[in-house]
Design a protein around this ligand. Structure first.
Ligand SMILES: Nc1ncnc2c1ncn2[C@@H]1O[C@H](COP(=O)(O)OP(=O)(O)OP(=O)(O)O)[C@@H](O)[C@H]1O
Ligand SMILES: [Mg+2]
Length: 431
């Protein structure tokens, strides 16, 4: 091994800083037996990218970083498209390959599992993630409904109509009732809504049906996901890993990519600005990010290196924030399982108070009840399997503060503002 390369790595990644250990420098097939390549924890509050051809170890690299963050007390969110990240909930297996790699990279490998909470979007396993139609706002909803700019304007006017009349849009039933009202008994009010036609409102109704068929009914409504549930730390100081299982909605990128935008805007709106903390408050990982950010540049394809599986060209941010020179690195194996969970393990994992908390949808008085003069229906169960009531992962919650009605209203307005800035105004947006 080239001594110059080793001394460069030692100088670039000084020992002693709180950091995530990634692996050992390689030259050709030879790895230096010391895990020198690291990323300082403080620098993980910035964006990062793991790119490579299929099967080269991107997902395992995310797992390796995520489990060390959890161990350092940082809550982590993983969008698990293929179901192969949930293995982070189980300890890894000391196979010959794992042992060889640990020896090559000089890493004292120990199997270890992370505390995990599962989430799902459309009635799968885990806590059902929900958001209200109103907090989504017209721009984001237009995106999921795949509306054109004219239809988006119509939807914005419908939202304004509801705001003006105190008609709360919580679930899809509320939105449908309002649209039906405007094409039926309330058609006379269309004149006050920029003179839009019954036909243009009718189009929205049809688009809604399509989204309903994608399982969106389970997603829209209350109780809405409380952000503090993503920020939990176990009593013994491990960050909880929130795994959003997306296998069942892989073919519905509109639903989950839009949910992600909503979640990021919400976090931006509700979490206080911290400056440069010694370690991040929450770290997000999007595996298969090309599905989330449709239309991203194909320049990623140029990033394939001559390296082997589980090896990467790593440039991290040094403690002073400057990018380091890139190092060809053999990554250490994750301490947690490099594979899927069994049916039994999954069942056990959804037996948490958090999954129980989001199990039932709540239907309080909103636009539908006001327009049809009906009383709210009794709480209904989401389609997710009913787990046994076993207590696990009892972290600290600040939900009381963040979920007061006032905080909610302010946060909703702010989230819509952030999304407006992200997406552009409906008139100017191009498709
Ligand atoms: N750090 C590592 N330690 C040990 N083995 C690894 C490591 N990284 C990758 N591997 C091996 O390579 C295989 C493929 O890795 P992984 O699933 O992360 O690839 P990927 O780039 O995410 O592939 P895809 O594009 O198909 O999602 C793993 O199943 C594992 O056997
Ligand atoms: Mg992968």
């Amino acid at each position: 091994m080239d001594p110059k390369l080793i001394s460069a790595a030692r100088a670039t990644f000084p020992a002693g800083t709180d950091s995530i250990v990634l692996g050992a420098p390689v030259r050709g097939r030879e790895a230096h037996p010391e895990p020198l390549v690291r990323v300082p924890l403080a620098m993980l509050s910035r964006h990062g990218l793991v790119a490579g051809a299929t099967g080269t170890g991107k997902t395992k690299t995310l797992q390796l970083i995520a489990e060390q963050l959890s161990h350092a007390g940082v809550p982590v969110f993983l969008a698990d498209l293929k179901g192969d990240l949930a293995g982070i909930a189980a300890p890894g297996e000391a196979s010959e390959r794992v042992k060889t790699r640990a020896t090559e990279t000089g890493f004292a490998w120990q199997p270890r599992a992370c505390p995990v909470e599962l989430f799902c979007l459309s009635g799968g396993l885990g806590a059902q993630v929900r958001a209200t139609v109103s907090s989504f706002g017209p721009l984001l909803l237009a995106r999921v409904l795949d509306l054109n700019p004219t239809q988006t304007s119509v939807l914005s006017l419908v939202f304004k109509y509801c705001d003006d009349r105190g008609l709360e849009l919580l679930d899809f039933t509320d939105l449908r009732t309002v649209l039906q009202h405007l094409t039926g008994a309330g058609a006379g009010e269309l004149a006050t809504l920029g003179g839009m036609s019954k036909a243009s409102v009718g189009v929205l109704l049809r688009e809604m049906v399509e989204l309903e068929q994608q399982g969106a009914l389970a997603f829209f409504g209350e109780p809405e996901l409380e952000l503090p549930d993503l920020l939990r730390v176990t009593p013994d100081g491990n960050g909880i890993v929130s795994v959003l299982e997306l296998q069942d909605v892989q073919d519905k990128p509109a639903l989950f990519s839009t949910f992600m935008m909503w979640l990021l805007a919400r976090l931006f709106a509700e979490l206080p600005e911290l400056g440069d903390p010694p370690k991040p408050r929450l770290v997000f990982f999007f595996d298969e990010a090309h599905l989330l950010f449709r239309g991203a540049s194909p320049a990623f394809l140029d990033q394939v290196t001559t390296l082997g599986t589980g090896e990467a060209l790593i440039s991290a941010l040094a403690p002073n924030g400057a990018p380091t020179q890139p190092f060809a690195t053999r990554l250490i194996p994750p301490a947690s399982r490099m594979g899927v969970l069994t049916e039994l393990e999954l069942r056990w994992l959804v037996a948490t108070p958090q999954v129980q908390k989001y199990r039932r949808s709540v239907d309080r008085e909103s636009a539908h009840e006001k327009l049809t003069k009906r009383t709210p229906s009794s709480p209904s169960e989401s389609e997710s399997a009913a787990p046994p009531a076993v207590a696990r992962n009892d972290g600290v919650s600040m939900s009381e503060i963040l979920n007061s009605p006032l905080a909610r209203t302010v946060a909703n307005a702010f989230t819509r503002g952030v999304l407006g800035a992200l997406l552009g105004s409906p008139r100017r947006r191009r498709r």
